[in-house]
Design a protein around this ligand. Structure first.
Ligand code: XMP
Ligand code: MG
Length: 185
């Protein structure tokens, strides 16, 4: 395992992201009545969300979605929702919390779906951004680290369901992306 982003660097970045989010949402006067709805995308985002939320000082609620995407014969993808949100996001301040954005397909489709419900606001926060293979453009407001085309694990992110518990982000030497590696969630 090669360490790509150390535990210290991740923790510093999570704090920095939280400060920015606190500042951006902090001057809204409707949050006491309408807390920000943090939407964690399972499974990968569970560690990031848990750390992030402990640095947030704004009122928040938390929900989770699990989705899996696959690319069919067309360039548009298909999204299967494995677990939906408990309630509608209508009039809610939605902040998606994601571990890593690769092609952008998953988030593109989730965004399209949630925007149909007319949220009060909609933003995306991702710890890692891997823009090399992006083919579905999604506006991402909060990005932790931008990385190259490497298959990473740790800090919630898996390879065959392994390595999620690592406190750092690393690269498994010899792992081949796409070969049964991640279940894209
Ligand atoms: P898309 O391509 O839709 O996919 O943006 C995002 C999801 O794909 C998974 N993914 C990875 N999983 N190491 C992983 O273990 C990686 O380097 C990687 N890149 C993408 C991940 O589940 C993410 O949510
Ligand atoms: Mg994910």
């Amino acid at each position: 395992m090669r360490v790509l982003i150390s535990e210290e660097k991740i923790q510093a970045k999570v704090q920095e992201l939280a400060q920015t989010i606190n500042r951006d949402y902090g001057n809204r006067n409707d949050l006491e009545d309408n807390p920000v709805l943090l939407v964690g995308l399972l499974k990968g985002s569970f560690v990031f969300l848990a750390d992030l939320v402990r640095h947030l000082t704004i009122p928040v609620e938390i929900d989770f979605m699990a989705a899996t995407s696959y690319v069919g014969t067309q360039s548009t993808g298909n999204l299967i929702i494995l677990k939906n949100l408990n309630e509608s996001v209508h009039d809610r301040h939605v902040l998606i919390v994601e571990d890593i954005i690769d092609t952008g397909l998953t988030l593109y489709e989730i965004r399209e779906r949630l925007l149909l419900e007319s949220p009060a606001s909609f933003e995306i926060c991702t710890l890692l951004d891997k823009p090399v293979k992006r083919h579905s453009a999604v506006p991402v407001k909060y990005v932790g680290y931008t990385i190259g085309d490497e298959f990473v694990v740790g800090y919630g992110i898996d390879y065959n369901e392994q390595y999620r518990s690592l406190p750092y982000v690393g690269v498994v030497e010899g792992a081949v992306e796409g070969a049964e590696g991640s279940d894209r969630e």
